[in-house]
Design a protein. Structure first.
Lengths: 114, 114
């Protein structure tokens, strides 16, 4: 069965510093991978997605992610973090069961310090 | 366009009582999902509908949880009787047919079972 692992429960980054959030997946074939963000009191919002092709994908809010098949990873990056980026970030993979639902990791909480 | 609407936003009940949550997806979105998000964890799929048919309910605790989407638009998720471990945020999401993984989430309904 597919699974997604986010090794870091909580990360603190200084405002203006770079960010990398880790995601590892377990999947037999080429996965469909996603990053979602959940801000306090708000619903989950899609940041970016990877289906195939270019392994470096660009998303909204200045985020990007790189798919590395050899490492089974899909890490999220941002060159310069803003205070408004403080939120919970979830990596997800599409289920290969009957439906097309997403399987989410446990999430990484990002705090931004001034 | 209007987003996914959910109600109530908050509900507190005692164990063994019943509760119902309502979801109105984005207009035209044929696929609807209910997820359960327990504090500190990622969302877990409970049920997926395609129009008014169930696609996947393999993780729905059917002895106490039920869901319906009678007219292929709004959906209701019911818990009866509630247990302490049902305390969670219940997220509704919808998706346009064909847009794999691109879910639009509501703000969620937070349930506390005492």
């Amino acid at each position: 069965a597919q699974s997604v692992t986010q090794p870091d429960i909580h990360i603190t980054v200084s405002e203006g510093a770079s960010l990398e959030l880790r995601c590892n997946y377990s999947y037999g074939a080429t996965p469909y991978l996603f990053w979602y963000v959940q801000s306090p009191g708000q619903g989950l919002q899609l940041l970016l997605k990877y289906f195939s092709g270019d392994t470096l994908v660009q998303g909204i809010k200045g985020f990007e992610a790189e798919f590395k098949r050899s490492q089974s990873s899909f890490n999220l990056r941002k060159p310069s973090v803003h205070w408004s980026d403080a939120a919970e970030y979830f990596c997800a993979v599409v289920s290969n069961q009957a439906g097309t639902a997403l399987i989410f990791g446990k999430g990484t909480t990002l705090s931004v310090s001034s | 366009e209007a987003g996914v609407a959910q109600s109530p936003r908050y509900k507190i009940i005692e164990k063994r009582q019943s509760v119902a949550f309502w979801c109105n997806p984005i207009s035209g979105h044929a696929t609807l999902y209910w997820y359960q998000q327990i504090l500190g964890q990622g969302p877990k799929l409970l049920i997926q509908f395609q129009n008014n048919g169930v696609v996947d309910d393999s993780q729905l605790p059917k002895d106490r949880f039920s869901a319906e989407r009678l007219k292929g638009v709004d959906s209701t998720l019911k818990i009866q009787p509630a247990k302490l471990e049902d305390s969670a945020v219940y997220l509704c999401a919808s998706k346009r047919t064909g847009n794999t993984g691109e879910l639009f989430f509501g703000e969620g309904s937070r349930l506390t079972v005492l």
